[in-house]
Ligand binder design. Sequence first.
Ligand code: ADP
Length: 260
Amino acid sequence: MSTPEAPASIVEIVDLVKTYGADTPNPVYALRGIGFSVPKSGFVAVMGHSGSGKSTLLNLLGCLDRATSGTYRLNGTDVARMSRRELAHFRARTLGFVFQSFQLLPRLTARANVELPLQYRGGIGRAERRRRAEAALARVGLADKFERRPTELSGGQQQRVAIARALVNAPALLLADEPTGNLDTGTGLEIMALLQQLNREGVTIVLVTHEPDIAACARQSIHLRDGRIHKVEAYETPSDAQAELERWKREEAARETAAG
Ligand code: ADP
């Protein structure tokens, strides 16, 4: 029996164009033909000023919108060829999302929030859902918080729950939209250290940010300007978020001592 060959790239984008209102007198050229790829276990930060096309790109990568032209292959599959229904299934199996505002359901416990993607996917029994959700929560350092509701957790802990929820289906690609945007510096670095650890374990990540310090934690950054790729940077030695966190904690302690 032959096994299907694993695709060389998780994301493969060729000449991607997105125009809003193409048939109106004032079309908006949000993406003007961009191309890049993300290898398995890659970690790419997408940067750019407001209006440069980051959200448009993220929506296309997340299969939430379709390109006007060009190709997007996700985990070896050309998404343009899929029906809406197929795409919804494919998205649930292939992608995990993390947002700036966490987007947890407030009435549900951490475990129930993390179980949700497994419920949507269907075909997984209650005990197995529970086991997988607990494993995902343990993986992000929340083994002792299964029963907590979002209001009983700090912002950083809520983002960890959201990351566990994104991981529970073992997605080919984790998409993170400004995941540290609502967090203080120290907590933001903790979340970046977690994403770096997951990336070292093999999780492929695309992260949108406008903060250079956050982007420097990735292996590569893609800078958008006016819907085009303006610059690509590869970080030979990405910034080590854990080391940055420890440095930041020492500095904070020194500031507190100085303040008496
Ligand atoms: P960013 O996330 O970098 O701020 P966006 O992708 O949101 O950039 O926007 C890129 C361009 O596309 C902007 O000019 C924006 O006004 C426009 N745009 C985004 N979404 C829409 C839409 N749904 N309809 C019309 N224009 C849009």
